[in-house]
Design a protein around this ligand. Sequence first.
Ligand code: SAM
Length: 240
Amino acid sequence: MSKITPYNSTESKKKQIGKMFNNIAKNYDLLNHTLSFGMDFYWRYKAIKCITNNPKNILDVATGTADFAISASKLKNVNITGIDISGGMIEVGKRKIKNKGLENIIQLQLGDSENLIFEDNTFDAITAGFGVRNFEDLNKGLSEMYRVLNKKGIVAILEPSKPKSFPLKQFYNLYFHHALPFFGKLISKDNSAYTYLPNSVEAFPNGKDFIKYLNKAGFKECKHIPLTIGIVDLYIAIKE
Ligand SMILES: C[S@@+](CC[C@H](N)C(=O)[O-])C[C@H]1O[C@@H](n2cnc3c(N)ncnc32)[C@H](O)[C@@H]1O
């Protein structure tokens, strides 16, 4: 897997990713909801529906502005911890959680998904929305998720994907590689973030290839569920 980074710099991918999300944090939600035509809420909703083991503790890795954590808070009697390497994203997330009165259910903290501070077998479920593609070391990040998950725990991962059939592929490429970077740059004022997005999706393993990574980390019963004509992939897997 080639290492696509946002900026042309010698800093580690993690440093660059943290910087990029700090830069776009204030505009992230607006851009995310607009550029996905609001479908990102539906994708997270579909993922949460697959968490069927009545979890008490959920970890949301790469939580960003906490939309996945907020979506998971609809589950009954649940406590959610969200972690992210970007202080800027967490700050926005904390504000949203406060405004929604969810402080008793969701706690956000700075943290690296590739070096989780939690004990083995701590969480009943783990969610990761549009985050694992940004990891410096995908194998390490998935192994860490496996380690802190309880037996019979469920992981739900969302990632952008690439439609494969004509003419959707051509239309989508036009949107994803041209329109999206143009509007992303205009609104976020970050020259690289919305070029990094399509480039990183292009280089990221999907479908069977991503499932190989899940298996390598130890996950079983791995399912790949394409959503919205294949523009997003949902992966569900369990720790046996
Ligand atoms: C595209 S945002 C997704 C935010 C949110 N999960 C959502 O569904 O909208 C990706 C997030 O992953 C975070 N991230 C990337 N690498 C990370 C790592 N190693 N540990 C924790 N967070 C990470 C970034 O800081 C960013 O906030």
